[in-house]
Ligand binder design. Structure first.
Ligand code: 13P
Ligand code: SF4
Length: 324
C-alpha cells in the first residue's frame, strides 16, 4: 500500500503551489463542500485552517454527524478510515496515505484472529487506534477518552480482551479493578519519554505539574498529576490554577494549550534520546501543501471493502451510543 501511495503522491502532489495556501484551501473547501478535521497532533498551520480540531473521540463524533460531501482528515490512517466507515458515500481524503500508526501496526489481523480464537467467550474492546480489520473483529471500540467508562459498562463476570495498547489497557485495569487480557501493542511516541528527564524537570521547575496521556508507560504515568486524552489534557490545563506544565504526549497539542492559556508555560516532556521522537512521525507526514494537493486532486482517498466496513461499523456505533 505504501509504495502505491508514494507513487500516487509523486504524480498528483507536484506542480505550482499557490502563494496563499490558506486562501487556496478555503476556496477548494467551498468547491468540494468539504470539512477539514484535524487531530491535536497536527502541525500548527493545519490546526489553524481546520474546521474542527479534536481528539480521536471528538473527531469520530464530528465525522458521524457532518453534512459535508467530503471529509479531509488531517490525522492518521485509522482516523480517516473510521470517518469512511461512518460515511460510505462521502469522499474521505487523507493528505498523506503513509500517515499510519505504529500502535495500529502492532496488531496484524491474522495474529489477532488467532489471539481471539485462543480466548473464546471474551468480549473484545479495541482502542480506536487499530485497522478496520481489527475493528471488524471487535465487539466495541473505545478511545482514550472513554476506555474506562466502556469497560465499566461490561458485566463484571464477563472476561475481556483489550487491544491493541498495553499501556492504556494497564491504565484501564488500574482504574476499573478489572482483569483484562492485554494485546501487547504500544505507541513509539508515548513510549519515548524519559522518566529521569521528567524527574529532573520537576526538580528544576518545582511549581510545574506533569500531565500525561494514558498511552505512556507506568513509569511516566506515576509522575503525572493528571492523566487523560489529548482533549482532557487541554481542558485540565485551561481550568487548573497551575501556571506551568510538563506535557507527556505528542507536543502538537501545545499549540492549542498555548492558545487557550497564553500566560501559562508548557514544557514538552523530553524523549530518551536527544531527538524529536516525541513528535509522531506519522501525524507529521501531513503538511499544508499535501492537504492542498489532496483537495485539488481529490486523492489520496480512503477506500475499503463493504464487508469489512459493515463489520467495523457496529462496534464503532456501540461506542458512539455510549459516548453520546
Ligand atoms: P487521543 O486522540 O484519544 O487523545 O489519542 C491520542 C493518540 O495517540 C491518537 O493517535
Ligand atoms: Fe499512532 Fe502514537 Fe502517532 Fe498516535 S502518536 S498516531 S498512537 S504512533
Amino acid at each position: 500500500m505504501f509504495t502505491t501511495a508514494l507513487a500516487q503522491r509523486d504524480k498528483t502532489q507536484s506542480g505550482e503551489v499557490p502563494l496563499d495556501l490558506f486562501a487556496a484551501i478555503e476556496s477548494l473547501k467551498k468547491e468540494l463542500n468539504a470539512v477539514i478535521l484535524a487531530h491535536y497532533y497536527q502541525e500548527p498551520d493545519i490546526q489553524d485552517i481546520a474546521d474542527f480540531i479534536g481528539d480521536s473521540l471528538q473527531l469520530a463524533k464530528v465525522a458521524a454527524r457532518t453534512n459535508a460531501d467530503a471529509i479531509v482528515f488531517a490525522g492518521v490512517h485509522f482516523m480517516a478510515e473510521t470517518a469512511k466507515i461512518l460515511n460510505p458515500h462521502k469522499i474521505v481524503l487523507l493528505p498523506d496515505l503513509n500517515a499510519g500508526c505504529s500502535l495500529a501496526d502492532t496488531c496484524p489481523p491474522k495474529e489477532f484472529a488467532a489471539f481471539k480464537a485462543a480466548h473464546p467467550n471474551h468480549v473484545v474492546v479495541s482502542y480506536i487506534n487499530c485497522s478496520a480489520e481489527i475493528k471488524a473483529m471487535s465487539d466495541i471500540i473505545c478511545t482514550s477518552s472513554n476506555a474506562v467508562k466502556i469497560v465499566q459498562q461490561i458485566p463484571e463476570d464477563q472476561p475481556i480482551i483489550f487491544a491493541p495498547d498495553r499501556n492504556l489497557g494497564r491504565y484501564v485495569m488500574e482504574k476499573t479493578g478489572r482483569d483484562l487480557i492485554l494485546w501487547q501493542g504500544s505507541c513509539i511516541v508515548h513510549e519515548t519519554f524519559s522518566e529521569k528527564k521528567i524527574v529532573q524537570l520537576k526538580i528544576a521547575h518545582p511549581e510545574a505539574e506533569a500531565i500525561a496521556h494514558p498511552e505512556c508507560e507506568t513509569s511516566i504515568l506515576r509522575h503525572a498529576s493528571f492523566i487523560g486524552s489529548t482533549a482532557a489534557l487541554l481542558k485540565y490545563c485551561q481550568e487548573s490554577p497551575i501556571k506551568e506544565f510538563i506535557v507527556a504526549t505528542e507536543p502538537g497539542i501545545i499549540h492549542q494549550m498555548q492558545k487557550v492559556a497564553p500566560y501559562k508555560r508548557f514544557i514538552p516532556a523530553p524523549p530518551l534520546n536527544n531527538c524529536a521522537c516525541n513528535e509522531c512521525p506519522f501525524m507529521r507526514l501531513n503538511t499544508l501543501e499535501k492537504l492542498y494537493w489532496a483537495m485539488k486532486n481529490r486523492t489520496p482517498e480512503i477506500t475499503m471493502s463493504e464487508d469489512i466496513r459493515l463489520s467495523a461499523l457496529q462496534p464503532i456505533q456501540r461506542m458512539l451510543e455510549i459516548s453520546a
